[in-house]
Design a protein around this ligand. Structure first.
Ligand code: SF4
Length: 344
């Protein structure tokens, strides 16, 4: 059955025509889904009983079940959701002073194989649909009884490897008649699928783009991120420059610091040279040790030195707060040892 949350408003209007219903009903349905946040079609009480029955025959609401919920001492919550086909995914809620942020997954598993990421240890399952991405926001909101103010696409999966569904989800999340979360509060992170960076630049969205950079030369970056073999740094930087020129928006470069790998002064100098003159910000991430991973977290002293060097040389850099590392919810730690809901 089709998931009713897979449609943006315009698509839902078209969809209703296919079941011989008036397109304006789409606005009513959207209102029930994203303003009233109902969990069943039966609750859409301004629709006739006949229409509700027809909707129930044709569409599912795709309400995720919480299989597991882990709470960190810093207030971060990691959810394991049953996505209703036997698979499970993780979503993380983080509490910041500026509001509640959720980190959503875009795929069941990931094909990219970044060496510092726990998702690498699992097999790729499938792409999540737009509705399944949106449902992560709704399910968390329902659990905590509060609205989410920021979304980051940094959970399991490479968002640009599931480009169309991610774009569709962003449009539903951003739509004033949908979840109405401003594009400036939505951030998409990519490991560097270059053609999609060009596409994203041309979308005319105000979302933030984050690039997982992590190294400044092809040898080191390819060792950390196999995607670099397909799209080396030169091509990645060209695409980033195009993005900045086209959108006039700042890119956030993610740089995970691993001890004696990419955290010395030479690396900091190379990073300054690479990013010099670009409208950007560097987010330094103390790498999190993962099971069987070869990278070890840099020392606090080195992380601070690295940040200071960048700031002193004209590159704005901050150190990301480590949220949820005690429950394996921090950056790079998300994964399902078992991605099967039945094995939980
Ligand atoms: S860091 Fe992101 S892109 Fe790389 S393997 Fe992990 S989930 Fe996939």
């Amino acid at each position: 059955m089709k998931n009713i949350k897979d449609y943006n408003l315009e698509d839902l209007k078209q969809e209703l025509i296919t079941i011989q219903e008036k397109p304006y009903r789409a606005e009513q349905i959207f209102n029930w889904l994203y303003k009233e946040k109902v969990k069943s079609i039966d609750e859409m009480t301004n629709l006739s009983l006949e229409l509700r029955e027809k909707l129930k025959q044709n569409y599912t609401m795709c309400n995720f079940k919480i299989l597991k919920k882990q709470e960190s001492s810093d207030g971060t919550i990691k959810y394991l959701f049953d996505v209703l086909d036997g698979n499970a995914i993780e979503t993380v809620l983080m509490q910041y002073h500026h509001g509640k942020t959720i980190c959503v997954s875009s795929q069941v598993g990931c094909k990219m194989g970044c060496k510092f990421c726990a998702s690498t240890g699992i097999q790729f399952g499938r792409n999540l649909s737009a509705g399944e991405i949106v449902e992560q926001v709704l399910a968390v909101e329902q659990d905590i009884g509060e609205n989410i103010s920021n979304i980051v696409f940094m959970g399991i999966g490479e968002p640009f490897d599931n480009y169309e569904n991610v774009m569709k989800a962003i449009k539903i999340i951003n739509n004033p008649k949908g979840l109405e979360i401003g594009a400036r509060h939505i951030s998409v992170s990519t490991s560097g699928i270059v053609p999609k960076i060009y596409d994203f630049a041309n979308e005319d969205l105000q979302c933030t783009l984050s690039i997982s950079l992590h190294a400044t030369n092809n040898k080191k970056r390819s060792e950390m991120m196999p995607i670099n073999n397909a799209y080396p740094i030169e091509e990645l930087m060209k695409a980033c420059k195009y993005y900045i020129e086209k959108t006039n928006k700042r890119i956030s470069f993610e740089y995970a610091l691993a001890k004696e790998n990419n955290d010395n002064l030479e690396d900091a100098k190379a990073l300054v040279n690479l990013l010099k003159g670009m409208l950007c910000h560097v987010n330094l991430i103390p790498i999190n040790k993962i099971e069987n991973g070869k990278f070890v977290k840099s020392t606090n002293e080195n992380i601070i030195k690295f940040r200071d060097y960048l700031n002193e040389h004209g590159i704005v850099a901050t150190i990301r707060r480590e949220l949820g590392s005690d429950i394996d919810a921090a950056c790079g730690q998300l994964r399902r040892k078992n991605l099967k809901a039945s094995e939980q």
